[in-house]
Design a protein around this ligand. Structure first.
Ligand SMILES: [Zn+2]
Ligand SMILES: [Zn+2]
Length: 327
């Protein structure tokens, strides 16, 4: 099969012909129909996330068709469409797994990082970490639901009942979750790179009540803010934008250093927290929600062989919505 391989961090992906993997016990073999490109893939390729499997097939927002199942799989049949997300495996026995926090598992496996992912024509996955997808989305539109949507949803949950919600970085995750948040009756305040008029217009088009530069103050204090941009300097900016008791949720897996800031920005019970990975329960809840809420998913498809171009476009901020590789 054709695959795009990471040989070492910092190098471009290399197109290669490798054997089609065979499904072990509990696994399914999946023909990849679409795989979205996530900012986390950039962090892996650029070496900001340490010790990936090497060589590695990146990609953890996979939509595919089951072609074969290993021993013991009775959940999915050949021909069925499934989604494969970032959380690829958990140990089931650590204190986190046993207390409903499998996203924090001590011995996890992550798709497209420690387990081969979806930048290929086929992949294998543990069937217990795969999900049926809502029918209203075609393969390419469904792919970004599997991380941009899922991690976005977990971030949104951590913003609890915030009505006025700031979103810093209006990319793939933001554009999905802003629509879900609006459906829930929240007001969206979108912050983009300074001067990025196209992203601000994009946010306004998706129903944001305000869209402006990340350096600007919102017109009213926010109840919570979610940071999808991997820019540590936005943490104090977001703290300054939220009201007393407001929460700032950092949704990314990697961020540049957070500069020191005066304690008064944190004072009055403001909270800064991160969101790590996802639980399978998050996936079940979010995919059910995505089946009910008509989310307009903005995608730019690329052929699999153009994975390096897709990553470069994401790195340079040339994309609106999500890049999706199509084998
Ligand atoms: Zn565990
Ligand atoms: Zn991701």
């Amino acid at each position: 099969m054709r695959a795009m391989l990471l040989d070492a961090p910092g190098r471009p992906l290399r197109p290669a012909d490798i054997p089609i993997p065979s499904p072990g016990p509990g696994q399914v073999l999946v023909k990849v129909r679409a795989c979205a490109v996530c900012r986390t893939d950039l962090h892996v390729v650029d070496g900001e996330l340490e010790q990936p499997k090497l060589p590695l097939v990146p990609g953890h927002e996979i939509v595919g068709e089951v072609v074969a199942a290993g021993a013991g799989v009775d959940t999915f049949r050949a021909g069925e469409r499934i989604g494969i997300p970032w959380l690829g495996h958990t140990c089931g026995v650590c204190p986190y797994c046993r207390s409903g926090h499998e996203n924090l598992c001590d011995a996890p496996g992550f798709t497209g990082y420690t387990i081969d992912g979806g930048y290929a024509e086929y992949t294998v996955a543990d069937a217990a970490y795969c999900f049926p997808l809502p029918e209203r989305y075609d393969d390419i539109a469904a792919a970004p639901l599997l991380c941009a949507g899922l991690i976005g949803y977990r971030s949104l949950r951590m913003a609890s009942d915030a009505r006025r919600l700031g979103i810093y970085g209006f990319g793939a995750a933001a554009h999905i979750i802003a629509q879900v948040a609006r459906h829930q009756g929240r007001e969206i305040f979108a912050f983009t790179r300074p001067g990025d008029a196209a992203a601000q217009a994009f946010a306004a088009g998706l129903g944001a009540v305000w869209a402006g530069d990340s350096t600007a103050a919102p017109p009213v204090p926010l109840d919570a803010a979610i940071l999808f941009a991997p820019v540590g300097g936005l943490v104090p900016a977001a703290l300054a934008a939220v009201r007393k008791g407001g929460v700032v949720v950092c949704g990314g897996i990697h961020m540049s250093d957070i500069p020191s800031f005066p304690y008064r920005l944190l004072w009055e019970e403001r909270v800064v927290r991160s969101v790590a990975n996802l639980t399978r329960q998050d996936a079940i809840e979010f995919l059910a929600l995505a089946g009910e809420v008509p989310i307009r998913i903005e995608v730019t498809p690329y052929p699999l062989a153009a994975a390096n171009e897709a990553l470069a476009d994401l790195r340079e901020g040339r994309l609106q919505g999500a890049a999706v590789l199509v084998p």
